[in-house]
Design a protein around this ligand. Structure first.
Ligand SMILES: Nc1ncnc2c1ncn2[C@@H]1O[C@H](COP(=O)(O)OP(=O)(O)OP(=O)(O)O)[C@@H](O)[C@H]1O
Ligand SMILES: [Mg+2]
Length: 261
């Protein structure tokens, strides 16, 4: 029982207000500090002052962005706004003119090409609008390739690829080549390939752009299942409003800057 139980009503009110205030301050302190601590521990992507020009065309004019582990973030904006350019810079496929990119705490901006491609293979998964699977290889082999490049043994890569394909509901399709798979299945194989090395982040550029409504929704649900069950981080460029609406955060790129007003 509160120590003020025997006080007059007015005094009790003062006592409770003080206690609530105290609890409020503590709660506030708690939230602020957890926020800082969690951010510090699980920041997956940090972009600082990114600029990019193509000739006289200023595409990105100073982008600062932070993405935490387990976030599903969408990037939207008009055609030509620089969304793909930003995603490619974030994934180290392109270099900014100015600014820094940090992935999972590592500054990648000044890495040499060989070191960078090894880093990219291990830490970043890509999913594109068109699956970009290699036609002469089976679904299983396509998924295994990034693991083999990373030096994983064939036995281990096979086991992991089969595990992911089963998680995706594609175990029965493992030996099929891309032309023997539906559009939705091909994109799920592409997501499996992106996942194989446990990347810090999966970057997807209009991943459902070539799918019909049913397959599109299934793929979107898959992103959230992967986030909820594996803590996977996603950055997704999309023109699909229904997808942008359900992501944790939407970043609007307009005129080369982030405009979230
Ligand atoms: N390699 C390049 N050389 C010259 N200009 C380029 C290059 N890549 C992109 N651009 C230009 O930069 C601008 C931004 O292109 P980007 O592909 O990033 O746009 P986007 O927002 O992804 O558009 P969309 O929604 O149509 O895919 C466009 O005007 C494009 O023509
Ligand atoms: Mg684009």
């Amino acid at each position: 029982m509160c120590q003020c139980a025997n006080m007059p009503i007015t005094m009790r009110h003062v006592c409770h207000s003080a206690a609530n205030w105290h609890i409020g301050i503590l709660a506030h302190w708690h939230i602020i500090h957890w926020h800082i601590i969690i951010n510090y521990i699980i920041l997956m992507i940090r972009l600082e002052g990114i600029t990019k020009n193509f000739g006289s065309l200023q595409v990105l004019k100073g982008i600062d962005l932070e993405i935490n582990k387990g976030e599903v973030v969408s990037i939207v904006g008009p055609s030509g706004a620089g969304k793909t350019t930003l995603l490619q810079i974030m994934g180290t496929l392109d270099e900014p003119d100015n600014g820094n990119v940090y992935i999972d705490g590592t500054k990648v901006s000044k890495m040499k090409e060989k070191e960078l491609s090894a880093f990219r293979n291990k830490h970043v998964g890509f999913v594109f609008q068109f699956h970009q699977l290699l036609p002469e290889f089976t679904a299983l082999e396509n998924v295994m390739i990034p693991a083999l490049i990373a030096g994983t043994s064939s036995k281990e890569a096979t086991a992991r690829a089969l595990e992911i394909l089963s998680f995706m509901g594609l175990a029965e399709r493992a030996s099929h080549k891309p032309n023997e798979l539906s559009g939705g299945e091909k994109q799920r194989v592409a997501v499996s390939r992106a996942l194989i090395n446990n990347p810090a982040v999966i970057l997807a550029d209009e991943p459902s752009g070539s799918l019909d409504t049913h397959n599109k929704e299934e793929l979107h649900q898959l992103f959230f299942k992967l986030r909820d069950q594996l803590g996977q981080t996603f950055v997704i460029v999309t023109h699909d409003e229904s997808l942008a609406r359900i992501t944790d955060r939407t970043v609007h790129i307009i005129d080369g800057i982030i405009n979230n007003c």
